[in-house]
Design a protein around this ligand. Structure first.
Ligand code: G6P
Length: 493
């Protein structure tokens, strides 16, 4: 144990800060873009919080430090651990398996050993700084063993886990050679949160099949052992969201609006701008989207002088082979479409292989008439929610895959099955031709839902359930349903 003790500890693979090196060589830490830290920042400040995570570079050691009122506790990973725990087990075993094996999952025993070791290191780091009775919130698939490891070391803690990606049906999950250990790892938490009701159901089913425990949604009864008492774990859906107010404010700013106009001008002021924004990942259905767009141009239903597709594909996990192959495939397809249909001055696809700051993203959303989210499987898809948050003008059409978690909430989007290329093409045409009145009606429905459930609601709903369960009360059946929309934040946890 160290002297430092914190009442609220978040544990995630990546820290919520990135190191930026200035031109003069001096380094500083900057908050990473993303909703999680925005949502947890107020709770962190109020509750004396610390965040445990990896710095993102192999082999580096950084001492704990304070950043904007949050204690940052960096963990270092060796180059071998990055290869085996992060690129291997997390992103070449669990990631494809949990996304319905869109590409085959690879099973390597050494990767598993490294996953166990690194999870133990995260658990030890959190256990060392958690105050007596503290709340520890573990995030995502890279750290599924941490809840149990923490409970073994520190039975006094209140432990939550949130899975940001899908949890697969048992028929697929059962492939995993370490399926029982993972389930047991997760059951160390008091509350295991998922994006969709279906994910929580898949998890409970796996628990019944593998361990034979009694489940009655949302509860899982974990029997007593020689050394631990009987426990009741809650497994249920808490759909994550974004900082809706922050995104809308950004979109309303004169600078972002001017940039949106400029983007359209730079694209040659086409009638219709279509937009895709994704990490370059095989789960996102970028190839399906390009196929549909290319066919519409080939069929003559779309004309390159009228319509442009902007595809932002931010680099991701580039040392994993499936990601390398995907990049090659996508870039070949973009090149073919542009070669076949582009004219001087009119490019069919504007392909951008980099990430952009939030301001530029907001401007792109405002500039886009049609937003294409064609994921083959996606935990939530926050890009869909960002687009809706940015469209305060109630314009624009969201084309949304039914295989993205966001489809459970965003009912008035144009829903598509990305495998059905003809259906996708028709939806793209429908979106391009949609009347202003219908766009407004649909966008209003989307905005209502997104405003009701922003990321602050999400974190408060989860933490409230966690507090209730730990106190032995009933888990709220719909923690997102009855939370007041308020700027005032009661002390949490
Ligand atoms: C998904 C995962 C996150 C992960 C992010 C970026 O959203 O749910 O846990 O951090 O992708 O991936 P990376 O491997 O770069 O952290």
């Amino acid at each position: 144990m160290t002297d430092e003790q914190y009442a609220f500890v978040v544990v995630s693979n990546r820290l919520p800060v990135d190191r930026v090196v200035a031109d003069d060589g001096s380094a500083a830490w900057k908050q990473s873009p993303g909703g999680l830290v925005t949502a947890l920042e107020p709770v962190m400040r109020q509750a004396d919080g610390a965040w445990v995570g990896w710095i993102g570079q192999p082999g580096e050691h950084v001492d704990p430090f304070d950043h904007d009122g949050i204690r940052i506790v960096p963990l270092s990973l060796s180059a071998d651990e990055v290869e085996q725990y992060y690129e291997g087990f997390s992103n070449d075993t669990i990631w494809p398996l949990y996304h319905d094996v869109i590409v085959p999952a690879t099973y390597h025993r050494q990767w598993w050993d490294s996953y166990v070791e690194v999870n133990q290191r995260f658990a030890d780091a959190a256990a060392a700084i958690a105050a007596d009775g503290a709340t520890v919130w573990v995030q995502d698939y890279q750290l599924q063993l941490v809840p149990r490891m923490l409970r073994q070391a520190r039975p006094d803690l209140v432990i939550g886990f949130f899975n940001h990606i899908p949890f697969p049906a048992y028929g697929l999950y059962s492939q995993l050679p370490w399926r029982t250990q993972i389930i047991e790892g997760l059951l160390g938490a008091d509350v295991v949160g998922f994006q969709r009701v279906a994910d929580a159901g898949n998890f409970s089913r796996a628990v019944r099949r593998l361990l034979g425990y009694t489940t009655k949604s949302p509860y899982i009864e974990v029997p007593a052992t020689a050394s631990t008492p009987e426990r009741r774990v809650v497994a249920k859906a808490f759909p994550i969201s974004i900082d809706v107010g922050g995104f809308e404010r950004l979109a309303r700013s004169p600078e972002v609006q001017a940039r949106a106009t400029q983007i359209r001008e730079e694209l040659g002021n086409p009638n219709t701008v279509m937009l895709g924004v994704d990490r370059l990942d095989y789960t996102k259905g970028i190839g399906h989207r390009l196929k549909a767009f290319g066919e519409l141009l080939a069929d003559g239903r779309l004309n390159v002088e009228d319509v442009t597709l902007v595809q932002v594909a931010s680099p991701s996990r580039e040392r994993v082979e499936t990601y390398r192959q995907l990049r090659d495939e996508i870039e070949l397809t973009v090149g073919r479409i542009n070669g076949d249909f582009g004219t001087i001055g009119h490019q069919a696809v504007n392909y951008l292989h980099h990430g952009f700051p939030r301001e530029e993203m907001a401007a792109l959303y405002l500039a886009a008439d049609v937003m294409l989210v064609t994921a083959l499987r996606d935990g939530m898809n926050l890009v869909a929610k960002e687009y809706v948050a940015a469209r305060y003008d109630e314009d624009g059409v969201l084309v949304l895959s039914e295989f993205a978690g966001a489809a459970d909430e965003l009912k008035t989007a144009l829903r598509i099955n990305p495998h059905d290329i003809d259906g996708l093409k028709d939806a793209m045409m429908q979106a391009a031709a949609m009347s202003r009145a219908e766009k407004r009606k649909r966008m209003r429905g989307l905005r209502k839902r997104v405003r009701e459930n922003d990321v602050d609601h999400w974190s408060r709903g989860f933490l409230r359930t966690l507090a209730e369960v730990h106190e032995g009360g009933d888990a709220d059946t719909d923690p997102l349903g009855d939370l007041e929309w308020t700027a005032e934040r009661p002390p949490l946890p």
